[in-house]
Structures are given as structure tokens and as C-alpha cells.
Design a protein around this ligand. Sequence first.
Ligand code: SF4
Length: 178
Amino acid sequence: MGLMQRLRNHVGLKPNPLSAATKATRPRTDGADVSVSVCPYCAVGCSQLVYTREGRIIDIEGNYDSPINGGTLCPKGAATFGLLNNPHRETKVKYRAPYSDHWEERSLEWAMDRIAERVKETRDATFEETEEDGAVVMRTLGIGHLGGATLDNEENYLIKKLFTAGLGIVAVENQARI
Ligand code: SF4
């Protein structure tokens, strides 16, 4: 007999009137694999528990062992699961060609190739090795990059490394609070 039931017996309370179905009810994360991660949104760095079953994420919640957030997440962090599993998420891009009066639907693969081509063209056309006084700069001011809050630490690291050290882009920013 559990402690709570012993206490209830001690003060003369009857057992909880739970049905067999209720007693057999388990949390949806029961038996799932769990990994510790970090919320991607801001510099508070709340710890998250990511539950997976058969390789698919089934839930994300605050990590109650974390000294930072103690099991809680703010509304943004609590919506991380919804960010990953959203049937309204866009999987195609809209493209309007120069001088065109209408949008066309294109695949993400097409958009990625197009962006890579344009970055290469622009960098080739605008890259500066030195300034007028001879100072070595090895940069392009022709391209900028603005990241989003849902980029994770690893993606931001790679973006900074590739765009700044690799391509010489100076204007690299992020709208997240990091
Ligand atoms: S966005 Fe919210 S949950 Fe995520 S790290 Fe910041 S405070 Fe924590």
C-alpha cells in the first residue's frame, strides 16, 4: 500500500474512486527514449527533454533537472514541438521573376540552387582584398545574412564560420536574443 493511501486510511478517508481505465492510463511519453537538449530561442538556455519513439519526436518539455528552468518553458520554448510538427509548414517557395507580374511556385531544391548561384555571382563581383590605403580586408559588402530564432547553436556556428571566415561576408546578424 502506497504512502498516500496509508495516510488516507489513517485519517479515515475512503480509497480514491478511480476506474480501472483511469488507473491504467499512462503518460503519452511513457517508455519513450528521452534526450536532453537546449531551447533554440534565446540566451536563457532552458534545458529541454526531447521524447522520441521509433525515431520520431513525440513530445518536448522542460527539463526538471535543469538549474536554469527547473522543468518550465516559456510560451515560445513550450511551442518547440509544434514548430517541428506543423502541417501548415511551408515546403515550397514563391518566386517572382524579374519584371514578372505573378508569383510561381518552386521547390526548395530549386531555391537553394538559385541562392547558391546568386551568392557566388555577387561575391565574385563585390569581393575586396584590400581597402584604398592598402589594408587587407578580404571581404564582401554585397551580401548580408539575417538568421532566425529557430536556428540552433550548431547551425549558427556553421553559418558564422562559413559566411564570415569562408565567404568574407561582414553583415551577419540574427533576430534572436542571442
Ligand atoms: S525562449 Fe523561453 S524557454 Fe526558450 S530559452 Fe528563452 S526563456 Fe527559455
